[in-house]
Design a protein around this ligand. Structure first.
Ligand SMILES: NC(=O)c1ccc[n+]([C@@H]2O[C@H](COP(=O)([O-])OP(=O)(O)OC[C@H]3O[C@@H](n4cnc5c(N)ncnc54)[C@H](O)[C@@H]3O)[C@@H](O)[C@H]2O)c1
Length: 369
């Protein structure tokens, strides 16, 4: 295969970046784009001197592979049409709307011997890649993923939209099944939870606590890992990895604070991270665009018939845990009521305002829209 012929289905916020990066790859021919918003399809196609196709099936006979970057609710239908023909697909995260759809896609890909890659882009974050080269056996993990409300991805909630990234990373890091799930969520803007918090217990005893919110003023994507080997802190926004490990002396003898003089005790806080806990901080400014590296991985797998870093099975497994989290938060017993239909849309009524604030001017037409 000389140049890999690729089509992009859905060229909105993220899909147009797929199209731009694919068009820039020397070993790729961007054969065309599809979008139900024809004006958007025209703009993106003109930008990259490629064609617009009316329907994703029109691409099928002309491409070696497709990227599916539509809202999640359409992933299953579109991916199925390509996989049935044995065509490789990169499906954006989450792989599908629910576990049944995800299982169906994995089964179809296997039956037709077609590559199915899922767009869990944080696997290509260089800080996470560096962590994966280290020997680490996580025992407690905290993950926070906060974003602003964009009005996109309203077909899914914060668990499938944001937390799914951390679920995929956790399953990759811990490598064990999740045995227990407890979760809580709240809906502020729409049908699905906009904030969720979950506590997972893995088979080997590792505990993970995750929060995801899509109503934060500032983006935040962090993970903290405690392990017998030490501590790892990841900042996915800044692509920073902080590693801390006990000095050999501390591991052997512990820290005898009783034997310290008063002045040594005073010095201790500033000495801790010099003498006793060794620290290394790494920031990965270079390493290239994560989406570019994800797409390069996809094209390489299509050309070499190799296995992608994030397989359909991995995307399906993340959805399996996400579904259990959503079930749990939908059953959460607000106000101590027994489990029942008290989902995130039914938080208890507020006791009162937290502070006095001027009332915004009411615009009935905008509010109704
Ligand atoms: N990996 C990441 O970090 C990341 C980030 C953002 C979005 N996403 C995922 O990417 C997908 C798209 O998100 P977005 O923010 O770009 O959404 P978006 O709404 O900006 O774009 C989706 C586009 O798909 C088009 N579309 C809808 N139905 C279609 C169909 N049947 N055929 C062809 N086109 C269709 C829409 O007209 C729109 O232009 C979602 O699955 C989302 O979860 C992933």
């Amino acid at each position: 295969m000389d140049r890999c012929k690729v089509g992009v289905v859905g060229v909105g916020h993220l899909g147009q970046a797929h199209a731009r990066l694919l068009a820039s790859l020397p070993n790729v021919e961007l054969v065309g784009v599809v979008d139900t918003n024809s004006a958007q399809a025209d703009i993106v196609a003109a930008r990259h001197a490629t064609r617009v196709f009316d329907h994703h099936c029109d691409l099928a006979d002309r491409i070696d592979a497709a990227c599916i970057v539509t809202p999640t609710v359409f992933h299953h239908t579109i991916a199925k049409d390509f996989l049935t023909r044995g065509l490789p697909v990169l499906v954006e995260k989450p792989l599908a709307l629910n576990l049944d759809e995800a299982n169906d896609l994995v089964e179809l890909a296997n039956r037709n011997n077609a590559i199915l890659q899922v767009g869990h882009i944080e696997r290509f974050n260089p800080a996470f890649e560096e962590l994966r080269t280290k020997p680490i056996n996580p025992k407690f993990i905290e993950a926070e993923r906060h974003g602003m409300f964009t009005g996109r991805s309203t077909d899914i909630g914060a668990v499938m939209d944001l937390m799914i990234h951390d679920l995929d990373l956790l399953l990759d890091l811990v490598g064990q099944p999740v045995e227990d799930v407890q979760a809580l969520g709240m809906t502020v803007f729409g049908r699905h939870e906009d904030m969720a918090s979950a506590r997972l217990r893995f088979a080997g005893g590792c505990i993970a606590h995750l929060t995801a919110s899509r109503m934060s003023p500032m983006p935040k994507r962090k993970m903290r890992i405690w392990a017998p080997e030490g501590y790892a802190g990841l900042d996915f926004c800044d692509k920073r990895l902080t590693l801390v490990q006990p000095s050999p002396e501390l591991r052997l003898y512990g820290l005898n604070t009783r034997g310290l003089t008063a002045s040594e005790r005073q010095q201790l806080p500033s000495e801790i991270f010099k003498q006793h806990l060794q620290t290394q901080e790494m920031t990965f400014d270079s390493g290239g665009d994560q989406l570019m590296r994800e797409l390069e991985d996809f094209v390489r797998c299509v050309q070499n018939r190799s296995t992608p870093r994030v397989t359909g099975e991995a995307g399906r497994d993340a959805i399996s845990v996400a579904s259990r989290i959503i079930d749990s938060l939908n059953r959460h017993a607000w106000n101590g009521q027994s489990p029942g239909p008290f989902g995130p849309a039914d938080v208890p009524p507020p006791l009162g305002p937290l502070f006095d604030a001027p009332l915004p001017e009411f615009e009935p037409q905008r509010a109704a829209a």
